[in-house]
Ligand binder design. Structure first.
Ligand code: FE
Length: 200
């Protein structure tokens, strides 16, 4: 089912995302050994396996959704252009998902730069493609960038989602399909929608 993006609502956003997974999930993931959908499903699988709350399973599943909102071709990053998929992804999710999910998506590239600057063992966990993109993304954070980044109240969750991102590049790892995660996404969207309406 294809849902026009102008009509996105809390009732159809999960189907809309599922449609993206089914139509475009087989695309390659920037030089990795897994497809885009395998990568995102593996992140969600790792999150769920470790008993993470729904919001973080959703964040791990959706962290790279911004690759689909960009006007750049899918291999743009490989050609040396930063397509800002992190901010694009956060923007499309923000109307439907709580701030912790949006923050984890918005900052997942920054989290890599942060961890490279602060965690001596982290760089070794990066794949070859991720080391390449690190250079395009600005390299490890400076001290002042690190200090500013630490102020995010969702820092711990942002870093955790980044670790699942790294773990989601295994060509041999089988995961449940998107449909397994759809009810989790729907719960997160519904809780957010209710909270918003109580605010309003
Ligand atoms: Fe990723």
């Amino acid at each position: 089912m294809t849902v026009p993006s102008t009509e996105l609502t809390p009732a159809n956003i999960v189907d809309f995302i599922g449609d993206i997974f089914s139509r475009r999930g087989a695309e390659s993931y920037l030089g990795e050994q897994v497809t885009m959908s395998q990568h995102m499903l593996q992140g969600a699988f790792r999150a769920e396996e470790s008993g993470a709350k729904d919001e973080l399973v959703a964040a791990a599943l959706l962290h790279d959704i911004g690759h689909y909102t960009s006007e750049f071709p899918e291999d743009a990053l490989e050609k040396g252009v930063n397509n800002y998929h992190d901010t694009a992804g956060a923007a499309v999710l923000a109307p439907f998902f709580p701030k912790v999910v949006v923050d984890c998506v918005r900052h997942h590239v920054a989290a890599k730069r942060y961890l490279c600057a602060t965690d001596p063992g982290y760089f070794d966990r990066l794949s070859e493609a991720s080391v390449h993109s690190l250079r395009l993304q600005g390299g490890p954070m400076s001290e002042s960038e690190v200090n500013a980044f630490r102020n995010n109240p969702n820092l711990e969750d942002i870093l955790q989602v980044r670790f699942w991102d790294e773990d989601g590049k295994d060509p041999d790892l089988e995961t449940p399909p998107f449909e397994h995660y759809a009810p989790i996404l729907q719960r997160v969207v519904e809780r957010f929608t209710v909270a918003q309406s109580q605010l309003g």
